[in-house]
Design a protein around this ligand. Sequence first.
Ligand code: SF4
Length: 244
Amino acid sequence: MAVLEARKELYKTLNAMAPEALFQWALEEHGDRAAIITSFQDTGCVMIDMMRRVAPGMRVVTVDTLRLHPETYELIDQIEARYDLKVERFFPDEKKRQEMIARHGEYLFFDSKAKQEYCCHVRKTEPNQRALETVDVWFTGLRRDQSAYRSDTPKVSLVDRRGRKILKVSPLAEWDEAQMKAYIEQYDVPMNPLYDQGYTSIGCIICSTPTLPHEDKRDGRWRWFNALDDDKKECGIHINGSGI
Ligand code: SF4
C-alpha cells in the first residue's frame, strides 16, 4: 500500500513537471537507464535539442528498420554531428528478417494487415523491445495532437514490458503545432526535409506517405488500409500502455 501511495505521489509530481525538468530528473535519478528512444520525427528532434541544453549526456536510441528514407539517415548523421553524440541503433534480428523476406517477400505489408503487423514486429517492435530492456525511463515523442488514437496520451505512465515496469515519459504530450514551430525556430532544430514535401509522420519508406490538409498526421501511414474501421495507424511500439 505504501509503495502504491509513493508511486502515485511520484506520478503526480512528474506529471506537473516542465519537459526540461523531466529530462534533468531522469538523468540525475536514472543515469544510463534513462534514454530518448526516437525515430527522428519533429518531436524527437526537439527532445534531443532540449536534452542537450538541460541534461546533456542522456542516451539517444533509435530502431533502424533498414527501410528508412535516405533523408532520415542523413538527418541522423546531421544530429550526431551537431550535438556531438552517438545515436545507439537497434536493428531487426537478421535471421528473422531474412526468414520473413524469404517467405513473404520484401513488400509483404501490402498483402494484409496481419502481414504489415508481422513486418512491423520483426523490423520495429522486437528491436524496440531489446532497446527497452536497457532502460527504466523511456522518453518518447508522442503528442496528443498526432492522431485521434493518441489524443489522451499521458505525459507520464508506467508500462509493463515482459513483466518489468518502465516509466514512459512523453514530455511534449501537451504541445501543439504552434509550440513546436516556435521551439524549432528559436533553437534552429534540424528537421527531416520530408516535412517540406507534405509528410506529417515519417517512418519507413513506402509505408509513410505525405498527407492532405484535412487528414490526421498519421493518415499517410499504410495508406492502403485507410478503409479499415479499426486501423489505429500504430506499429505496436506504443500500444498497451497503462497508468501508474
Ligand atoms: S512500417 Fe512498413 S516496412 Fe516498416 S516495419 Fe512496418 S510494415 Fe515493415
